[in-house]
Each structure stands twice: as C-alpha cells, then as structure tokens.
Design a protein around this ligand. Structure first.
Ligand code: FDA
Length: 386
C-alpha cells in the first residue's frame, strides 16, 4: 500500500520522500524514467580512471540557507572545495567573474578599486543614458564595451545560438564585477562537494524502509502499473517532471536550452590545471571545459590520466534533456496557463525545476521541497490519518 507517489528522484523528489517517510511513516514510492537515481545531480566514476564525473554538467554545492545546510549534512560530509573559474580569451587566461585581477590584466594596468570603478563607469556610459534595447546594449551599459565584448558577448551568443543584438535586454539584470582580487565564484556561507560523491548522498536520502525507488518507470507509460491514469486521484502525487508534459502540451511547449557534453579521457596527469575553463571567443564552438579531477584534489586519482568534458549549448527539442528555461514572453504566458491547470489537480503537487519551469540550484530545490513538506504535504498526508 503506497501513501504517496513521487515522480522524479532528483533532489526535490528525494527530499519530499525522505521527510514524509521519516516524519509521518508514510510509504512512499519514488519513480524515475531514468535508469539511475538523483536527477541531474547524478554522478558516476568514469570506468577507466575512477574519476567522479557529473553526468549532467558540473554540480557545485553552495548555500547560505542554514536550514538546508543542516539538512544536507545529515546525509553527507562536504569537502572544503572552493569553486573558481577561469576564461581563455584570445590565447590569454583571465580570472572570472570579472574582478580587479581581470580588469588590470585586460587593460594592462595597475588600477586600484576606485580607479577601476571610474574606468568601468566611464566605459559603461557609452549609451548616454539611452534605455538598452537588446542584450548587447544592456551588456555595454553594465560593464562597458571592451569587457563586454571580450568576455560576455560571444559567450552569450554561443549559449543562446542567437546574436545578442536580437536577444531581450531583460535576460541579464546585472553582470557581476568585483573591485577586489576575490575570485571565489560563489558568495555563499557554505560551499563544498560531497566527500563520497553525489550518488552516495542521494542514495542515503532514499535509504529508508518506507521508501521504494522504481527506476526505468515513466509516469506517462500506461503499460506500467504506476502511471498517471492509474494513480492520480487514488493516491497523492508529487510530480517533478515537466509541467507542460503533464498536461500533454495542451497550452503549447515551454522552451528550454539543453547542453551537449563531449567527454574524453586523456593520457595526461592534468589537462588544464583547474576544474572549469570558459571559452568566450567566437571561433571556439564550446562554451567551457570541465576537468573533473580538480573537484576532488584530496582523492587518490591516477597520475597518468584525466577526464575532461567540453560543453556545448543549444535550444532543446522535445526529446532532449531540458536544462535551462528560456523564459520568453510566450513561455511566461504559457506557464501562467499551466499554473491555472495545476489548480484543477488537487491531488498533485507540482515541484522542482521541471514542475515549476524555473532554474533552481540544488540548495533551492531542497529548500523549496522542505517548505512544501511543511506547508502543504504534511497537512495533506496528516489529513489522510497517517
Ligand atoms: P531533477 O531534474 O534533478 O530531477 C527530476 C527527475 O524527474 C529526473 O530524474 C527525471 O528523470 C524525472 N522525470 C521527469 N519526467 C519524468 C516522468 N515522466 N516519469 C518519471 N520520472 C520523470 N545546482 C547547483 O546548486 N550547483 C551547480 O553547480 C549546478 N549545476 C548545474 C548544471 C547544469 C547543466 C544543470 C542543468 C543544473 C545544475 N544545477 C546546479 C541545478 C541542479 O541540477 C538542480 O537544482 C536539481 O537538479 C533540481 O532537482 P529537481 O529534483 O528539481 O530536478
């Protein structure tokens, strides 16, 4: 007898399952259409080298949310990894996000914070107070043309497969510039990587006698015993798949960007000396290269091989993995219509990044699941007498 069906074994679904199994004793069935647990945070050891590879793109854990930090530490310890990103522009490597080091290297200068601030302000005034009409103008108005064109323009064009002059200014509200030499990527209070990997962490969340995880099970496959038609209205459902798919795209498809990854094992100890290198130039087709050994310098990885992954960005088709919401005006209008439809489904709770059509970092997906448990799901299951 199942008290709750959770569709999707990502961080959102597993947080809900773990909390409700522990708090109410409910029997929770988690299904996932993939053949592994964990959603996009899943990672696995590359067979030849044993190096942990984040299969759906690099995942760095960071949070300033104390409740989330306390919660995740129940399942894993974290290393003291601190994320830093570099970028290769015209054959030269610069630190990211743009900081005093980037500025002084780029302009061959030795400016202090105030002088750098003044320079960027002067360069950003190029539009003379005119309202930016597209992303290109917005970028120039935020950080000035030289830095924008070097580090942002072509990178953004590659991400969106679109000339930034044709992209909406609203896509970016700010471009971070630091007037110090601090090149830590994240500003959060807590940061680190799970000591024994993401999958061990995710499996521990599901390790409860009241939780069953059934893989290779698509909620829309009517030949499976657990499917939408058989379950909705019979048992409460937490659905973390794409919201438009749930309603059979009745209000049209919401658009996403996806990524293609090109993984390679190289016979060298170290390929690039750091975990992530961006490539913002037009003549390089990929956006960045990840080298996974650098996420875990504390591990005993082989000294004669390394794993790299080139990342390419493009618009997603229906059969692709949806990664980042595009969020056009049409998408926002469609999402409102889907939200109305979800109100007609009182037995289904829509959550997570796909179920709500929004980009969520891991700590946000976990935080939002914890809130949904408190505010909606515990009262709902409580009302069932569990
Ligand atoms: P998630 O997508 O993980 O899980 C949803 C699950 O539902 C999937 O397993 C899917 O198979 C399943 N599903 C969908 N439809 C189904 C169906 N019909 N039937 C059954 N199952 C179905 N965050 C961060 O904090 N730091 C980082 O560095 C990164 N990096 C990053 C890189 C890239 C490329 C992406 C795309 C995302 C990140 N993230 C991140 C975000 C992180 O991946 C995100 O927070 C979590 O995946 C959210 O967890 P969810 O459970 O919401 O979705």
């Amino acid at each position: 007898m199942t008290d709750l069906v959770v569709v999707g074994s990502g961080f959102y679904g597993l947080t809900v399952a773990e909390r409700l199994a522990n708090e109410t004793g409910a029997k929770v069935l988690v299904i996932d259409r993939r053949s592994h647990i964990g959603g996009n945070a899943y990672s696995a050891a590359e067979p030849r080298t044993g190096i942990e590879v984040h299969q759906y793109g690099a995942h760095l854990f960071h949070t300033s949310n104390e409740r989330v930090w306390e919660y995740v530490n129940r399942f894993t310890a974290f290393t003291n990894y601190v994320h830093r990103v570099y970028t290769t522009h015209k054959g030269e490597v610069y630190p990211m996000p743009i900081n005093l080091g980037t500025i002084n290297q780029f302009f061959r200068s030795a400016l202090g914070p105030q002088a750098a601030r003044d320079l960027i302000k002067e360069q950003a005034a190029e539009l003379g107070g005119k309202e930016p009409e597209n992303l290109d103008e917005k970028g120039v108005s935020l950080i000035g043309r030289p830095l924008y064109e070097a580090f942002i323009r072509h990178y953004t064009a590659k991400q969106w497969q679109t000339d930034p002059r044709e992209l909406s200014a609203s896509i970016i509200s700010r471009l971070p510039v630091r007037y110090t030499y601090d090149n830590r990527y994240f500003n959060d209070t807590h940061e680190g990587l799970p000591v024994d990997g993401y999958t061990a962490w995710l499996e521990r969340m599901a390790d409860h006698p009241n939780i069953e995880v059934r893989l290779d099970t698509d909620f829309f496959d009517a030949t499976q015993p657990i499917n939408k038609g058989a379950v909705v209205g019979q048992v409460p459902v937490v659905y973390t798949g794409p919201v438009d798919r749930y309603f059979d795209y009745a209000e049209g498809e919401l658009s996403w960007r996806t990524l293609d990854f090109e993984q390679e094992v190289l016979d060298v100890a170290d390929f690039q000396g750091t975990s992530v290198m961006n490539y913002p130039d037009e003549d390089v087709p990929f956006t960045r290269i990840h080298e996974f050994r650098h996420f875990h310098p504390e591990r005993d990885y082989p000294s004669d091989a390394t794993v790299i992954m080139r990342e390419y960005s493009r618009f997603a088709r229906r059969e692709d993995e949806p990664y980042y919401p595009v969020n056009t005006a049409a998408d926002r209008a469609g999402l409102l219509k889907y939200r109305e439809l979800t109100e007609g489904e009182p037995h289904v709770h829509f959550g997570g990044r796909l179920g709500t059509y929004q980009y969520l970092d891991m700590h946000m997906a976990i935080g939002s699941a914890l809130s949904a448990v408190d505010n909606k799901l515990l009262p709902m299951l409580g009302a069932r007498g569990n």
